[in-house]
Design a binder for this molecule. Structure first.
Ligand SMILES: [Zn+2]
Length: 341
C-alpha cells in the first residue's frame, strides 16, 4: 500500500486514467538518466521529479552562471554566485521539492570512455545536451542496448524532439546520418527563448512518462519541430528504421568506440574544456599556489581562479573549463602553467 503522503502528492496525476495508481507505482520504481542539465535538462528533471519518477541520474559537465537563469529552471542566484556544478545544484533543488526521489548527480563530461559507467542501469535516457557529438554517443549506447531515449533540442525560438525505441522505429542516425547544419547554431550564437525550451521539455517528458508506464502505443512516431515565434510546425515520420543506417542496421557504433574524439572540446561560449588529466586535484594546495597570482576561491565542488582576461574553473577530477579563449593551444598552456600537466 502506498503511503498517505504518496497518495496525496500524486493524486491529480493518478486521476489521469492512462497513468492511474498502477502507472504511478511504475514511475516510483523507474530509473532515468538525464544527460546535460542546462535549460532542457533542468525542465525535464523538474517535471519528472515532480511526477514521481523514483530515480534520476543527472550528468552535466558545466557550472551555473548568471546567464543561465533566464531559462534554466532548477537554478537560482545563489547557485550562480557559488558557481555550483549544475548536477549538484539540480540534485539539491529536487531534494527540496521531492525528497522521495533518489537523485544521483555526476559533475562529469559524458565521453565514450565513461559511457558505460554513466549510462548503464536505467530504463530510459533523456537528452538535455547542447551538441550532436554527445547525442550520437547517446544514440549509439541506446541502440546497442535496446534502450529507449528521447532526443530534444532548442535554439532561438525553435525546438525539435524525437522519441527513439531501438528496433521499432528510426534512430537519430536514421534521420540525421551526419550532424544537421541548421542545428549547428547554438544558444550562445543565436540566443534562446525559454518558452521554446519548456515546450520541447514538456513534450519530451510526456513521452518519457508514456514509456515508463508502458504506454508504448501512445509514443509519437515523428520528428517534431516547432517554432514558437513563427508558429511553424513540422512533423516527419520516424515510424520505420532506415535500411543501411550505420547505427541501428549495420550496428557500427563509431561514436561509442570513440575513434578520433579529441581530448579538448569547445564549449561554444568563448571557453575551452580540458579533460586530459584524470587524477584528483587538491584544492587547498592549488589555492595556496595560485593565490599570489590572482583571486582564487573554492568550495567542495569547484575551484575558480581569475587571471585577466581568463577565468579558470577546476573540478576535483582535474577537468577544467577555461573562459576567455576559444584557442585550444592557449587553453592548454594556461592549464599546464596553473594546474600542471
Ligand atoms: Zn538508425
Amino acid at each position: 500500500m502506498p503511503s498517505l503522503e504518496f497518495a496525496e502528492r500524486y493524486s491529480r496525476q493518478v486521476l489521469f486514467t492512462p497513468i492511474g495508481a498502477e502507472g504511478q507505482k511504475r514511475l516510483a520504481t523507474a530509473r532515468v538518466a538525464i544527460v546535460g542539465c542546462g535549460a532542457t535538462g533542468s525542465a525535464l528533471a523538474s517535471l519528472l521529479a515532480r511526477a514521481g519518477v523514483g530515480y534520476l541520474r543527472i550528468i552535466d559537465r558545466d557550472y551555473v552562471e548568471p546567464s543561465n537563469l533566464q531559462r534554466q529552471v532548477l537554478f537560482d542566484e545563489c547557485d550562480a554566485a557559488e558557481s555550483l556544478p549544475k548536477a549538484i545544484a539540480a540534485a539539491r533543488k529536487i531534494q527540496a521539492f521531492n525528497h522521495e526521489v533518489a537523485v544521483e548527480p555526476h559533475a562529469a563530461d559524458l565521453t565514450p570512455q565513461c559511457a558505460e559507467e554513466l549510462l548503464a542501469g536505467v530504463d530510459l535516457l533523456l537528452d538535455g545536451t547542447d551538441n550532436f557529438e554527445t547525442r550520437y554517443l547517446i544514440n549509439d549506447f541506446a541502440v546497442s542496448r535496446q534502450l529507449p531515449w528521447v532526443y530534444a533540442a532548442a535554439v532561438a525560438s525553435y525546438a525539435v524532439t524525437m522519441t527513439i525505441i531501438p528496433g521499432e522505429m528510426a534512430c537519430l542516425a536514421c534521420i540525421f546520418p551526419d550532424s544537421p547544419r541548421g542545428l549547428v547554431e547554438t544558444c550562445d550564437t543565436s540566443g534562446i527563448l525559454n518558452s521554446a525550451v519548456n515546450l520541447i521539455a514538456s513534450i519530451a517528458s510526456a513521452e518519457a512518462l508514456k514509456l515508463l508506464v508502458g504506454a508504448r502505443d501512445k509514443v509519437r512516431r515523428t520528428l517534431l519541430s516547432y517554432d514558437v515565434w513563427a508558429n511553424d510546425f513540422v512533423e516527419i515520420s520516424t515510424a520505420k528504421p532506415r535500411a543501411g543506417c550505420r547505427a541501428c542496421d549495420l550496428r557500427d557504433f563509431v561514436h561509442l568506440a570513440g575513434e578520433g574524439r579529441p581530448h579538448i572540446t569547445l564549449c561554444g561560449r568563448n571557453s575551452v574544456q580540458i579533460h586530459e588529466r584524470h587524477s584528483p586535484i587538491d584544492f587547498e594546495e592549488v589555492t595556496r599556489r595560485l593565490s599570489p597570482l590572482g583571486p582564487v576561491r573554492h568550495n567542495e565542488f569547484v575551484l575558480k581562479f581569475w587571471r585577466d582576461p581568463y577565468e579558470l574553473t577546476l573540478f576535483p577530477d582535474g577537468r577544467a573549463i577555461i573562459k576567455g579563449t576559444t584557442d585550444t593551444a592557449v587553453a592548454r598552456s594556461l592549464y599546464a602553467r596553473y594546474v600542471g600537466s
